[in-house]
Design a binder for this molecule. Sequence first.
Ligand SMILES: NC(=O)c1ccc[n+]([C@@H]2O[C@H](COP(=O)([O-])OP(=O)(O)OC[C@H]3O[C@@H](n4cnc5c(N)ncnc54)[C@H](O)[C@@H]3O)[C@@H](O)[C@H]2O)c1
Length: 336
Amino acid sequence: MASETINVGVIGAGAIGSLHAENLMRRTMGATVVAVMDIKEAAANAVAAACDGARAYDDAGDLIADPDVDAVLIASTDRSHADFTLGCIEAGKPALCEKPLATTVADAERIVNAELAAGRRLAQVGFMREYDLAHRELYDLLHSGVIGESLKFRSVHINPQFSRELPIESVITNSLIHDIHSARWIMGEEISSVYTQWLPFDRARAQSARLAELQLVYKSGALGSLEYNGDSGYGYEVTVEVTGESGRLNTASHPSPSLRQAGALSRAITPNWPQRFAQAYIDEAQDWINALRRKEATGPSAWDGAMSLIVAEAAIRSAETGRPQPVGAIGKPSLY
Ligand SMILES: NC(=O)c1ccc[n+]([C@@H]2O[C@H](COP(=O)([O-])OP(=O)(O)OC[C@H]3O[C@@H](n4cnc5c(N)ncnc54)[C@H](O)[C@@H]3O)[C@@H](O)[C@H]2O)c1
């Protein structure tokens, strides 16, 4: 690294790119943002200006090659992730790549192979639920053995309103990919088959998925169910539950205080993902920067990104065929 402070270049200056840039500038120790790139010039300029004079780029290759850039945060659109992550690995620069790592297993495997050739982990994937306190506490209790062997994993992922018409394939690779990662990470085991069911919005929008459910079977025989709702109409929630041999664990989804008023008991529900996971994004950035300063890798790896996409591709095949599909695997190289 060029200095004690990690100089970050941010690719993609949209909703989450600007949030990450702000967190790295204002809420992360040992980091600063020195460059911002977006295909929209105005977006790159606006986020660069908010980062105390960071340079604005219109070409990702130029940002990655900038000798002042120590590490890259990739927050551009899904389809661009694989090439930018590979560019970082080729340049020997660490990258925190937003989920999904790629949009196909083949591209994710190219990234894993590039890291194997480099002999070190350079890519981290933005599965930031690993940094969410509610998820971490459930994980720690589960792995303390308090409920014995896990029999079933269940997650519910509720979005507030329908903003974009997404076909089932995109819902799986863009949104349910978070839940697929949580299903692997929390249970600490891989998935052997997946069955996808989904409902369209209405007849006029037959190709846009409103509600989807992935039913899983794990290698141990444990069961899983991942529910996605694209249009709850009431707020944003992510909850996880594990049923074990001797008990059941649930994440607390509403950290807000309860209000007793006018004969009713109520609690606020977060309106959207930036509010629900605000602290997780900060903790993710800090953990990434701390690891880079120690010259180490941390967090969800490129291999995790690839394994999640293997499940996602099987889920898409299931949606296409209407039948459960086996989930393949790539062996876990010792690097991971
Ligand atoms: N971890 C999370 O919870 C989380 C939350 C939201 C988004 N994401 C991921 O982050 C990424 C960005 O999502 P968003 O909500 O910020 O979207 P967005 O549409 O608000 O922003 C995307 C930005 O990327 C830019 N862009 C598109 N193609 C580009 C390219 N080839 N090179 C450079 N810039 C390009 C766009 O101009 C836009 O400014 C997506 O991959 C999404 O899946 C992750």
